[in-house]
Write a protein that binds this ligand. Sequence first.
Ligand code: NOJ
Ligand code: CA
Length: 712
Amino acid sequence: MNRIKSITILGFLFLAVSCHQEKLVKSISSPNSINTVEFNLSSSGTPYYLVKHNNNTIIDTSSLGFEFEDQPAMKNGLKILGTSKNTLNETWEMPWGEQLNVNNHYTEMVVQLEETKVPRRQVNVYFRAYDDGIAFRYEFPEQKNLSEALISEENTQFNLIGDHTVWWIPGDWDIYEHLYSTTKFTKIKAKAKANHENLASTYIPENAVNTPVTMKTEDGLYLSFHEASLVDYSGMTLKIDPENTSMTSNLVGSENQDYKVKRTLPFHTPWRTIQIADRAGDLIESKLIVNLNEPNKLADISWFKPTKYTGIWWEMHLGKSTWDYGMTQDMGTWTNDGNAHGRHGATTENAKAFIDFSAKNNIGGVLVEGWNTGWEHWIGFEDREGVFDFVTSYPDYDLEEVVRYGKEKGVELIMHHETSAATETYEKQQDTAYALMQSLGIHSVKTGYVGKILPKGEYHHGQYMVNHYNNTVIKAAKYQVAINAHEPIKATGLRRTYPNTISREGLRGQEFNAWASDGGNPPEHLPIVAFTRMLAGPIDFTPGIFNIKFNEYKKNNQVNTTIAQQLALYVVIYSPVQMAADLIEHYEGNPAFQFIKDVGVDWQETKVLNGEIGDFVTIARKERNSENWFVGGITDENSREVTINFDFLDDNRTYIASMYRDADDSHYETNPIAIEIEQMEIKKGMSKKIKMNEGGGFAISLMEKNKGVGIK
Ligand code: NOJ
Ligand code: CA
């Protein structure tokens, strides 16, 4: 009798629990139902999720959890306290960007978890399903038994369902400036990329990759893994488990303590994101990463205007001039100690020449690097704190006069702050440096972090630096200053929240073509970058090198593209600040320069017309505040023909198209500067076959006829 009674009670209890569980939402689908995320707990109380696309599992059962420095891990023994579901469908405006309006439409599920045993710690997981991917993040809510989290590792798993083709760079804690490798997932060997001689700082502790990392499945589905809203946390690399075709988060650490992230509760982690696309180009059109960030917190940023710029920059990379002044300073007096070489690039005269050239050619900005004291003690020095001075010019550079001259010509100076990764020196000077800029009406600065981070033991992508980069943007905004960071933390869409985050490097840029010992960026580099690094956000790649071989400066280096591809990059690689990077003398008299004069920098709409990762891509963008469209196409080392359908053009308009394409015999190695320029009338619905040669490309400007524009 007793036994029967207890079975009945147990059965009743089970029924009660399962009824309760059934009411809980444990899966959500995206607005058009194409992507689904399912959540559950294993029998031992381990949380896991899986992702389906078109009803096919694309991320298999993947577990979630944390390890802490001073407490037991949170991996199992959890129960669901409750779940809830929300949806949002909003449209927001980008103050500048690839498009004007962005639709943010998702379904969200919040799962509240608690440990079944003391200390009964709690964690909530927020999942979002979008039509272009899924995302989730953890929240540590305020709770009795946990006030501070010292996270030694986050254990977020991404269990792949096959040995996908992957475009990856190693999970370097100090730099993203690696070439991409294309391999099967099981063949990823990140540590083989250690110690590249051109990297001033590099550290690859695990067989891990950096994000965004993009993959293609055997079935032709495209996936890209990244993170969004990286705030007060450390950057996430993904550790490769080839046996199980699985990846697990591996946070960037520090040598100064055993934990990787320190946070006071309540807090939430960055979003872990998976962009999902049936067409490679849809990855580029996806706005998942910015959508996962908070809305604009800087009410008005009209003081920043997207712009093209020239500058005193490439000449230093070529070795024509130097950043340093070449003399030593003693008590305010510069003495020629015998080292003066007279090749200092940032002189008042040189800056004025760039201003004149920019003013003549519809270019709004001039960057001047090497204008301030400290460059004599830049690369290779351990003791870099206190060296760079961000308000004091070298004696041959008159900052106020250059600014005055620029204003007279309608050209704004772009400031340059190379910190040499000496963060305390920069933090001390930020207020005065940005105040100086504001007093001069300078609204953007290119920052740089070359070398090992000071304080010693920190890495470029750890929590300390994430906070430094983010605080820099917030502080700069107070002085109406926008930041274009080099050697940055990866972009995670924070430009939505702080739109003075205008651009950044964070990849192997053009500069490597000037001096890399491995021959520079191969032609496949940018057709990979467009589908990997560019998914994170704007890139200051600095295109537009016309003197492709520059034998007069460097015999063993060259840019590995044709000149037509250099033009195409103004459309393909997105940034609201776009450099015309070559020396003035290499542009003078070249008819191809007309495209750089004409091309827009701020877009109403963006369409990816075609593309395959690592092979080729064509992008069309419509300028804001005009009816002009621009198209850019690039290819890798293989020549190919693409057909461009002009369906994207507006109805009932006739455009004068100026087409800049490879000549019949163009080739990035043997004849990179040959280019054909032709003009024709184009209307919506027409199509055109265009051949791109090896390492080549094409650029088209489409301007409405009759508005002073006709075939010349
Ligand atoms: C590295 C940057 O990427 C490059 O553009 C700059 O010229 C140097 N640092 C000097 O700051
Ligand atoms: Ca760099």
